[in-house]
Design a protein around this ligand. Structure first.
Ligand code: FMN
Length: 379
């Protein structure tokens, strides 16, 4: 495995390159890609370039305080690890590995419904808090079962993703034969198998970890949901505002609504009883052509920032990006690809390095800004 240390991996782009080297194309591009023309994917990152800092110079800041309170959790860092499905495809027991790295750094991990590791195992792997992201795959009763398990396992909050009434068209996935590879029919798979053979180490680790996954947290009547059914399952399980009611009753704890683009939807989420919202376009993987999240953040903070905690995700690749989102009113942020690249590049070491890069960027940025704490960042 590639060396992951502070000289060979200086930034998140380095982890991205290492992930590309270690993973088969279909897995790397599943992480890296976005929907359709990938306009929103690019805009999420580019929007950060349009926001410039106004530092206070000649200020001595001996130490900076990154601690942030989100949903009643005291976190050492103002960023959490976003729900990323299929992490077990990037690295053996990927979800547990990422959760452990998050906990070691003093932050929270959000487990996707579409994960390859049992939620109990993920919770047990980390010393930090876990949140559970729900899709309603398989219907309400199936979701209720997972929610009850998450509650029993000690998950802290439920994250309800509302931007996935149908899977976005990720064109790279189509070209890489994702659908064909999931048929398990050797003849259909054949044209796409070469990408696995080109990554024998990844392949050996993947097979040793059980090979093609099921989703053990989606317990259908005849067993865990098989890997092939994702698109159809999402389409049959659209989350609507009314669902927030029974989800709240079933869960009985803090609820986060993820996938808010507008002040209108933010107000709907508040009315539906959300404790926090995530301004998110799913990392540009769903509706292409929506605005970068950083651009809509101020509108949403102005609308509901005094009622709920407003978090943001999308495009965060540097600690400076985290600082910019906090300056514009986010209480904290989620990072997706930044740690997924790390996981693909080298498992726990890669996720730890991703977190450390963002943390040390943030410390340096605050010192350069002349600002002693993330809580003191403002416009
Ligand atoms: C490979 C991948 C899988 C994802 N799977 C999920 C998921 O299962 N549920 C969900 O709510 N969001 C999912 N997301 C979206 C992330 O939670 C998050 O919104 C997004 O990654 C943020 O953008 P960033 O990657 O630029 O940080 C996924 C993102 C990626 C990159």
């Amino acid at each position: 495995m590639a060396r992951i240390d502070s000289t060979s991996v200086v930034n998140i782009s380095d982890l991205r390159r290492l992930a590309q080297e270690r993973l088969p194309r279909v897995a790397f591009e599943y992480i890296d890609g976005g929907a359709e023309a990938e306009v929103t994917l690019r805009e999420n990152c580019r929007a950060f370039e349009d926001v410039v800092f106004r530092p206070r110079s000649a200020v001595k800041v001996p130490g900076v305080d990154l601690r942030t309170r989100v949903l009643g959790l005291d976190l050492e860092l103002p960023f959490l690890l976003a729900p990323v499905g299929s992490c077990r495809m990037f690295y053996p027991l990927g979800e547990a590995v990422a959760a452990r790295a998050a906990g070691a750094a003093g932050t929270a991990y959000i487990l996707s419904t579409l994960s390859g590791t049992r939620l109990e195992e993920v919770k047990a792997a980390t010393s930090g808090p876990c949140l559970y992201q729900v899709y309603l795959c398989g219907g309400h009763e199936v979701a209720k079962k997972a929610i009850a398990r998450a509650k029993a396992a000690g998950f802290h909050a439920l994250v309800v993703t509302i931007d996935t009434p149908v899977a976005g068209l990720r064109e790279r996935d189509v070209r890489n034969g994702t659908k064909e590879l999931l048929t398990r029919n050797p003849f259909t798979m054949l044209p796409y198998i070469g990408q696995f053979l080109a990554r024998p180490r990844w392949l050996a680790a993947f097979l040793a970890d059980g090979g093609l996954m099921k989703f053990p947290n989606v317990e259908l009547p005849d067993g865990p949901m098989p890997y092939a059914d994702v698109g159809a399952a999402l389409e049959q399980s659209v989350v609507v505002w009314d669902d927030l009611r029974w989800l709240r009753d079933a869960w009985g704890g803090p609820i986060v609504v993820k996938g808010v683009h507008t002040a209108d939807d933010a107000r709907q989420a508040v009315a539906a009883g959300a404790n926090a919202i995530v301004v998110s376009n799913h990392g540009g993987r769903q509706l292409d052509g929506v605005a970068a999240t950083l651009r809509v953040l101020p509108e949403i903070v102005a609308a509901v920032g005094d009622k709920v905690e407003v978090l943001l995700d999308g495009g965060i690749r540097r600690g400076g990006d985290v600082a910019k989102a906090l300056c514009l009113g986010a209480k904290g942020v989620l990072v997706g690809r930044a740690y997924a690249y790390g996981l693909g590049a080298g498992g726990e070491a890669g996720v730890r390095r991703a977190i450390e890069i963002l943390r040390s960027d943030l410390v340096r940025t605050l010192k350069l800004l002349g600002c002693p704490s993330v809580a003191a960042l403002d416009r």
